[in-house]
Write a protein that binds this ligand. Sequence first.
Ligand code: 13P
Ligand code: SF4
Length: 359
Amino acid sequence: AASDPDLVARARAAKEALGERVFVLGHHYQRDEVIQFADVTGDSFKLAREAAARPDAEFIVFCGVHFMAESADILTSPDQQVVLPDLAAGCSMADMARLQQVETAWDAMAEAGIQDAVVPVTYMNSSADIKAFCGRNGGVVCTSSNAEVALEWAYDQLPDVEGGAKVLFLPDQHLGRNTAVLQMGLTLEDCVVWDPHRPSGGLTPEQLRDAKMILWKGHCSVHGRFSPDVVDALRAQDPDIQILVHPECRHEVVLKADLVGSTEFIIQTIEAAPAGSSWAIGTELNLVKRLADSHPDKSIAFLDRTVCYCSTMNRIDLPHLVWALESLAAGTVVNRIEVDADTEREALVALERMLALPG
Ligand code: 13P
Ligand code: SF4
């Protein structure tokens, strides 16, 4: 739908008034009406780097979700202010791993005698205190762009541990399992799932000791809804269709796909695809629609039309962006995201380990 012309003009005017003082970051899952005002668009990895690379911007307006704005705050200097246009833009996946629950799991690993062999790895889609937990316990952050190198790094951390290192992967079981099994050569039997809502995570100490990968029982409420049946149905309709999915999809879906990768990978794949090729994409709908609109020479469908937008990504709309920009232009900082100093220091350790990974 076309954006309200009055709001477009107001956003433009407020941005112009702020000039170089403001830098607007837009995640690929944002609405078109918001993306048009982004100085840079990207996946969560690219946006974290972009935030870190803007030391001159007084304000970073983050059009994305809460954990991304927190990461931007951690990676920018203390006098830069990060603004999230709607504070209700959270992430249900990030909310599935609470620090206290993770500490409980960590204690259980100590009781099972394996804690010294475990390297925690958290997906970017987690709160700052989970990243800090990884920072203080020898772990790292990863995104869907670098999960394989991050896992390689993690497994190399404890060369002297008998039986090899183990990874505790937070909070997305699907990204963890897909990367471990499809890229690292682990088997499904090497992976166990810690369920924070069951006593002892639903695992025996022996299961913990036997596992190479301890997956947290979290998932994305959007990507987790794609099922392998829709892949079969699409292939039956169009034998030439290529299925391209994000690694937050369930393992059974990823196994049936032709290609799997982060949002940046998905965009690059479609850009490089020949005219006339036919695709079904399993990721957030705003991105799939934008890809279809900008590549009319290719057939681009959403993997499952019963799956909706990410409701929290969609909370950042043009009215909220206008309000944030106009407030900043008028001298009031609204919706500032500020991570406390102790959490920031430890989370930065884990984020910097990620930024230092090869590739
Ligand atoms: P990426 O930006 O890492 O592809 O992540 C997708 C996502 O779900 C962000 O919330
Ligand atoms: Fe969270 Fe999934 Fe939405 Fe990304 S798409 S913000 S992982 S709920």
